[in-house]
Design a protein around this ligand. Structure first.
Ligand SMILES: NC(=O)c1ccc[n+]([C@@H]2O[C@H](COP(=O)([O-])OP(=O)(O)OC[C@H]3O[C@@H](n4cnc5c(N)ncnc54)[C@H](O)[C@@H]3O)[C@@H](O)[C@H]2O)c1
Length: 563
């Protein structure tokens, strides 16, 4: 039988605590809210007052309800005020010594049967629990930011947590209109472990020069349909908080992919902590200045060297067998080019014979390179008849990850660029413009301008496994599947956590089934073989599901069944 909580305490009324007070008071509970000093208490009171006033102004809350809500909250700087509470949730800063000390003091204040909960994002709940006289009544109650909005609450249990305490806290979260997920005590639990793995990886991609800050964020927003790019999200979370969480994850799991990138550490050391200090990866106007837009401290100016494109030749290569598949891939380009008034021609260049005379007049040639060994010879044939300055855009499976060799085979590597449309997951047409070792700025600028003219969003990336979108997505999907494989969380819990805690349009298991497990496995293998990072090794469950023919929604069964 779940116990009936009626009076709860919240200690620490900062970013999270003030929101947690609101959640409880809205749910009809009496709340005792405590802080270290009067100034912090007043700040917390102010946050609650403004939040309910906004809800009233927007018609989401009646004035009478708001008054009743405030009537249920008592503010005090005296910890002894928590004596009558059945549950106390702690939301003080993420410092182990501070939390241990607080729990020892709470032990002396509350009744022996009262539940003590921590809102920690990454610290060990077990460590915090054993600092008390009754570790069996200690749980994690991990709300997400902003607490009144995000529905996920991770209820974190330790090996000594009472089942009754777990069930009661879960029932309370449900009563508050939240979506609780019960998880064991691992660094980052479900939500942060998956989120910060992904965020840390995005920073590493920036650090290694794979793409610019803006293109990495655009790849996530447009390519994956996420509400924010990873670097903007890190600025919102706070780079110091992110560094602390990644450090804990790294110390616990020793996965080098979780070690905070030197760039992150450098920004934190410089005091660039994100929105709260006015600068992180982006620059922000001062609070209250009215501006909300970010400015660009490090992005390039207007694209230089865009060449006129009046005539494009789309080239299918190889034998006739692949004609239908090539048609599928190139047809959309041909139609869209014609629609914007570009003079477009299609030619097929076979395994033998010369290039086509029409190629000589092209400003851009778009070449579909087949998978396999014939790519270099075909590309050399196509480019033998081009005039100087023609952009050679290589697309298709054969161009993916092979740009350096193909560009060399043309003898004009400055004009060669890769062009990979992102179809399976993109929310809008996105094209990855892949730069090789010698690709000129003008070639990139001309290609990007042409993509934009065709209504596609372009991002520029170096020729690395998974380019941008798959490189951001696939390691995260593998991390999620690993949680399922290891029995840490169910597929449903993982999906629920990422949808309700991070506001993602779909959970990772669903995303994996939609992308195709074979596609994910192929990308994971390429990432792993390129970097040698053990953390990029595909989880055995993925390999086995693919071997069993369970490729996702396409085959009717992947991680889940799709009737
Ligand atoms: N910020 C987030 O997005 C987020 C999300 C989920 C969980 N968390 C976790 O929630 C906890 C709080 O984080 P935050 O971002 O709200 O921090 P914060 O710094 O915004 O707020 C912490 C508050 O605790 C108060 N405080 C400090 N010592 C205290 C004490 N001894 N007694 C009472 N109050 C005390 C401070 O005055 C401050 O107001 C951390 O464990 C953090 O990891 C944060």
């Amino acid at each position: 039988m779940a116990r009936d909580f009626t009076s709860v305490g919240v200690t620490g009324l900062g970013t999270m605590g003030a929101g947690i007070v609101e959640v409880f008071a809205r749910g009809g509970l009496r709340v005792v809210a405590t802080e270290v000093d009067d100034a912090a208490l007043e700040r917390g009171r102010g946050v609650l007052a403004r939040s309910t006033a906004r809800a009233v102004a927007k018609g989401r809350l009646e004035q009478a309800e708001a008054d009743a809500l405030h009537g249920r909250v008592t503010f005090t700087t005296d910890l002894a005020g928590l004596a009558g509470c059945d549950l106390v949730v702690e939301a003080v800063p993420e410092r182990p010594a501070l939390k241990h000390e607080l729990f020892r003091r709470l032990d002396d204040v509350v009744a022996p049967g009262a539940v003590l909960a921590t809102n920690t994002s990454s610290l060990s709940v077990t460590d915090i629990a054993v600092a008390t006289a009754h570790p069996e009544r200690v749980v994690g109650m991990h709300f997400f930011n902003p607490a009144p909005v995000q529905r996920l609450v991770e209820v974190v249990t330790t090996v000594v947590t009472d089942d009754e305490v777990r069930d009661s806290v879960r029932a309370l979260a449900e009563r508050l209109g939240k979506t609780p997920v019960v998880v064991g005590d691992r660094a980052g639990f479900i939500g942060n472990a998956l989120l910060f793995g992904y965020l840390g990886h995005a920073v590493a991609m920036l650090e290694s020069g794979r793409a610019t800050r803006d293109d990495i964020d655009t790849a996530a927003r447009v390519g994956l349909g996420y509400p924010m790019g990873p670097l903007a999200l890190l600025d919102l979370i706070g780079l110091d908080t992110a560094e602390a969480i990644l450090t804990t994850m790294y110390e616990q799991g020793r996965d080098r992919l979780h070690a905070p990138s030197p760039l992150l550490t450098e920004l934190v050391a410089a005091g660039h902590l994100g929105r709260k200090t006015g600068r992180g990866f982006f620059v922000y106007p001062p609070p209250g200045s009215g501006g909300g837009d970010t400015t660009a401290p490090d992005a390039g100016g207007p694209a230089a060297g865009v060449r006129e494109v009046g005539r494009v030749v789309v080239v299918a290569t190889g034998d006739d067998d692949s004609a239908a598949a090539v048609d599928d891939r190139l047809g959309a380009w041909v139609d869209d080019l014609a629609a914007v008034g570009v003079d477009v021609d299609r030619v097929t260049v076979g395994n033998s014979g010369d290039g086509d005379a029409r190629l000589a007049e092209a400003d851009v040639v778009l070449v579909d390179v087949p998978a396999g060994d014939s790519g270099s010879a075909l590309v050399a044939t196509v480019t033998s008849t081009l005039t100087d300055g023609t952009v050679v855009a290589l697309t298709g499976a054969g161009a993916d990850g092979s740009l350096a060799g193909l560009a060399a085979a043309t003898g004009r590597p400055a004009d060669v660029v890769g062009l990979q449309p992102v179809t399976p997951v993109a929310s809008a047409p996105l094209v990855e413009v892949v730069v090789g070792l010698d690709t000129s700025e003008s070639t990139v600028a001309t290609t990007r301008a042409l993509c934009e003219r065709l209504g596609r969003t372009a991002v520029t990336t170096r020729d690395r496994a998974g380019r941008l979108v798959e490189a951001l997505l696939v390691p995260y999907l593998c991390d999620a599947l690993r949680m399922v494989q290891d029995g840490y969380a169910s597929a449903d819990d993982v999906d629920t956590a990422m949808r309700n805690g991070c506001g993602l349009p779909r959970g990772p298991v669903q995303a994996l089934d939609e992308l195709g497990l074979d596609v994910a496995l192929d990308a994971a293998r390429r990432l792993h073989s390129e970097t040698g990072e053990p953390g990029h090794a595909p989880p055995p469950l993925l390999t086995q599901l693919v071997a069993a023919g369970r490729l996702g929604t396409r085959t009717g069964e992947g991680v889940r069944r799709h009737p």
